[in-house]
Design a protein around this ligand. Structure first.
Ligand code: F6P
Length: 368
């Protein structure tokens, strides 16, 4: 077949934590790439597999039927940063630079370009690999939705759907038993999942990392609701939320991870403090990886397909060092180095915060 582009062979990988929509992007890249006469090389297990030289060729049959499936057919890892590679030397873990291994495989596989699908950590790695000479196009994924350069990452909508469905279920059991129901959600240092999931589910209190909360404010809100005859409350708390006078709750640390900190446990702390200080009965649900698993929502399937096809279009035109982005309703691209300069966080002027306050949601602080 006559090539319709100078790019003959591309690599594709999925880095960091998985999320619904990764397979839809892989499909969105691979099918048009074949139509353009390119070969597609799937790198396995993210950057970890890249450094170790794990890859296989992807054919159309490999991406058939994967639009609707969660996870990633390529595997992923949040431990394989080539520039921060954990290696056991004499019984201790030492952090080494293995980026030259990745470059060696990139050249050895004769790749003309790499499509890297990932979040903040992946884009930082992509920026450094671009500067070493690799031709890279980034595609932004993360349930956290915390990349400033894009209005939305795929995966977020699916996570929000899980949260809102969970809150609906907690609502009925919480109101039957007159309890304070606390649901802890993911999001790392950004509150988008808690904010959007809490708003969609009708939570009474939403607690975010961006707005440190006061214990008194939370106690007052649940007691006041009780006195008004609303004998249950729903609290949607982000894993990174923290009290004004305290720190985020860290569940574990692991230096092998790109971000060594694993958050978790703030929900339990809030449940205990509320029952100790108000006498109300509390129950805590931690949604955890339910938010990352399963089939993508229709919104995420569409966004992922748009992102994948746009990425291969950029690559076929030789537009490298760029990350696909959504701006309003338009899919466009930004320089990777600009994409990583700032994290997108919730602020007091975020429309969802303004609307939540207008319908009586408390953010656990009087300072908003
Ligand atoms: O970044 C996505 C995310 O799901 C965060 O919301 C969460 O803090 C983290 O990854 C959990 O990572 P792991 O799967 O390594 O526990």
């Amino acid at each position: 077949m006559k090539l319709k582009t100078n790019i003959k062979r591309i690599g594709i990988l999925t880095g960091g934590g998985d999320c619904p929509g990764l397979n839809a992007v892989i499909r969105g890249v691979t099918k048009p790439a074949h139509d353009l006469g390119m070969e597609v090389f799937g790198i396995e297990d993210g950057f970890e597999g890249f450094v170790q030289g794990k890859a296989r060729q992807l054919y159309n049959k490999d991406v058939s039927g994967i639009l609707t499936t969660g996870g990633t057919i390529l595997g992923s890892s949040n431990k394989g940063d080539p520039f921060h590679w954990p290696e056991e030397i004499d019984g201790t873990i030492k952090i080494c630079d293995r980026s030259k291994n990745a470059l060696k495989y990139y050249q050895g596989w004769n790749l003309d370009a790499l499509i890297a699908i990932g979040g903040d950590g992946t884009m930082h790695i992509c920026d450094k690999l671009s500067k070493m000479g690799m031709n890279i196009v980034g595609v932004p994924k993360t349930i956290d939705n915390d990349l400033e350069a894009t209005d939305q990452t795929f995966g977020h909508d699916s996570a929000v759907y899980v949260v809102s469905e969970a809150i609906d279920r907690l609502h009925t059991t919480g109101s039957s038993h007159h309890r304070v129901m606390i649901v802890e959600v993911m999001g790392r240092y950004a509150g988008w999942i808690a904010l959007n999931g809490g708003l969609a589910g009708g939570a009474d209190i939403i607690l975010l990392p961006e707005f440190p909360f006061s214990w008194e404010c939370i106690y007052n809100k649940v007691v006041q609701r009780n006195m008004q005859g609303k004998r249950f409350s729903i609290i949607c708390v982000a894993e990174g939320a923290k009290p004004k006078d305290g720190e985020m709750v860290v569940k574990a640390t692991d230096i092998k991870r790109t971000d060594p900190i694993q958050l978790g446990g703030i929900g339990e702390l809030i449940g205990k403090k509320i029952s100790d200080n108000t006498g109300l009965e509390t129950r805590v649900t931690v949604l955890g990886h339910l938010q990352r698993g399963g089939s993508p929502t229709p919104y995420d399937r569409i966004l992922s397909t748009k992102f994948g096809t746009f990425a291969i279009d950029l690559a076929s035109k030789g537009k490298f060092g760029r990350m696909v982005a959504l701006k309003g309703n338009e899919v466009t691209s930004v320089k990777i180095e600009d994409a990583i300069s700032k994290q997108k966080l919730v602020s007091s002027s975020t429309q969802a915060v303004i609307s939540a306050k207008a319908v009586g949601v408390s953010f656990g602080t009087t300072e908003l």
